[in-house]
Ligand binder design. Structure first.
Ligand SMILES: [Fe+2]
Length: 505
């Protein structure tokens, strides 16, 4: 098992990591080296972090683009071939979009959706079709969007080699509306389609109450806690799912990603679970390691116009009365990884949060999420990287009066009192009106850490003993109140509430 450590740079820079303690064989290393030379058919170049490459592909009807990455191969769109055994699988929702405040095509889950899936290598057609009834025969012929396909790099530790991936995007949807969709496509008479899935766009009306599900750290997939969580949040009526990173233990292993995707996609009896029907927005964790498999298995906003080097690493969305900011903190807690990231992120956060502040009368709540916690009394609470993250993010959240800062990394639960002022000696405020609440909520499959308390702690809890396998929270937001309702995950399917608090304006 790998212990938590600072995130490394993207594949193929993983060679250093793999060549050390973790790579099992010289043959595997040779395969990894060989796959550095794979190049996209559509894009070119790429950022210093193995970032998005080239002009990419603009989905029809969308005001944003997506691109290949330098690690992918055979990046294509507009193909129609259906393979011998398409086996369309691991269908999951995500989101595209730009990230600059006010930019055309800004990421918006009330009007758009992204969807990803896998197939056999011979299936190149990448289409999504949709409608507002469950019967595809009733869907308008125009409701058909072309996506892209590529091969993940061979040479990971996945013994099955490269994997055929697909992504497609739909824009121009109506807010707060249930849609049905399926993926696949192909020539008349040979088309192959997935099951029909349902999802709902988020409301655009800030007066509409919404529920956001929150969890983190599924790595290890112990006792199927991730699948258990996906069952629970389907019942909870969440508008979106927020995940604070560390999906898997060992990022170069596609088999780990596929286990994670499989557990979230369907239940053991075939019942469709959350990932194909509920938008999941994730932050990058240190175990996700900036591998091409993180970027390839997830569908997250990527702003090719403004931040081509940092595709899928930071973005924001409005969900009803909540402005949600999702950030990769790897090069903040380990700044030697990329010295350019910190000023780029600081500039984007200043612009995004200033705009969100100016929009408070309409969208009153600001919730942030990244992986390493600012305030924790558990295993990693005093780690140097965690404290570097606190020194960077704390003053920014304080300046912009962020209401709730979400994180994981420590596999327990800890809610802070409302905090403001210097990060190393914050002032505890009696009301959430006057300070930021910091919430560590992790335990979606990871091994349990011991919880503890500090002067800033309101409540903490672990799952080292007792009936809980982990934790998740529901953020129930209206314009005047944001309720944090936190649940145990239990194997018997019960999920008792153990902490509930209202943040008020
Ligand atoms: Fe972590």
């Amino acid at each position: 098992m790998i212990v938590d450590r600072p995130a490394r740079r993207a594949h193929p820079r993983l060679l250093g990591l793999l060549g050390g303690a973790l790579l099992a064989s010289a043959a595997a290393a040779a395969t990894l080296i060989a796959c550095q030379d794979t190049s996209s058919g559509d894009g070119a170049g790429g950022g210093a972090q193995g970032g998005a490459a080239g002009p990419g592909f603009r989905p029809e009807g969308c005001a944003f683009s997506i691109a290949s990455r330098e690690e992918y191969s055979d990046f294509q769109h507009g193909r129609t071939e259906v393979g011998a055994t398409p086996n369309l699988r691991r269908v999951r929702l995500g989101l595209g979009g730009n990230v600059a405040p006010g930019a055309p095509g800004h990421a918006d889950p009330s009007t758009s959706i992204g969807v990803a899936w896998q197939s056999d290598d011979g299936t190149l057609v990448s289409q999504v079709a949709w409608g507002t009834t469950p019967d595809p025969a009733s869907w308008p012929a125009a409701n058909l969007a072309e996506g892209v396909t590529w091969l993940t790099p061979a040479g990971t530790l996945n013994s099955s080699g490269d994997e055929r991936m697909h992504e497609a995007y739909v824009c121009g949807l109506e807010p707060g509306t249930t849609y049905y969709y399926r993926v696949g496509g192909g020539p008349a008479g040979k088309a192959v389609w997935s099951d029909v899935y349902a999802f709902a766009t988020t409301p655009s009306d800030p007066e509409a109450p919404v529920t956001l599900a929150v969890s983190g750290d599924s790595r290890g997939q112990q006792q199927d806690a991730w699948r258990l969580l996906q069952r629970q949040i389907m019942k909870a009526g969440a508008a979106i799912q927020l995940f604070s990173g560390d999906m898997i233990n060992f990022a170069p292993d596609q088999a780990e990603w596929e286990k994670w995707l499989d557990l979230g996609w369907k239940d053991a009896d075939g019942t469709l679970l959350a990932t194909g029907q509920l938008l999941t927005l994730s932050a990058h964790g240190n175990h996700d390691n900036h591998t091409s498999l993180f970027f390839g298995n997830l569908v997250l906003p990527q702003d090719l116009a403004k931040y081509p080097k940092y595709a899928e690493l930071f973005f924001s969305v409005d969900v009803g009365p909540v402005h949600v900011v999702v950030v990769d903190d790897a090069f903040i807690v380990s700044p030697s990884g990329d010295a350019e990231y910190q000023p780029a992120l600081a500039g984007w956060l200043e612009a995004d949060l200033s705009a969100a502040q100016a929009n408070r009368a309409k969208v009153p709540w600001i919730v942030t999420m990244h992986h390493h916690p600012e305030y924790s009394s558990s295993t990693h609470g005093k780690d140097a990287d965690v404290l570097r993250g606190r020194a960077f993010f704390g003053p920014i959240w304080d300046k912009h009066h962020v209401d709730l800062a979400l994180a994981g990394h420590d596999h327990d639960y800890e809610r802070s009192k409302p905090l403001t002022g210097p990060v190393d000696a914050p002032t505890v405020k009696p009301s959430s009106k006057d300070g930021t609440t910091y919430l560590v909520c992790a335990g979606a499959g990871a091994d349990a850490y011991a919880s503890s308390t500090s002067s800033f702690t309101a409540t903490s809890r672990d799952y080292k003993s007792g009936s809980a396998l982990g934790f998740y929270s529901l953020l129930k937001a209206t314009k005047g109140k944001l309720t944090i309702e936190s649940h145990e995950l239990r194997a018997d399917g019960s999920d008792p509430v153990f902490d509930a608090i209202d943040l008020v304006k």
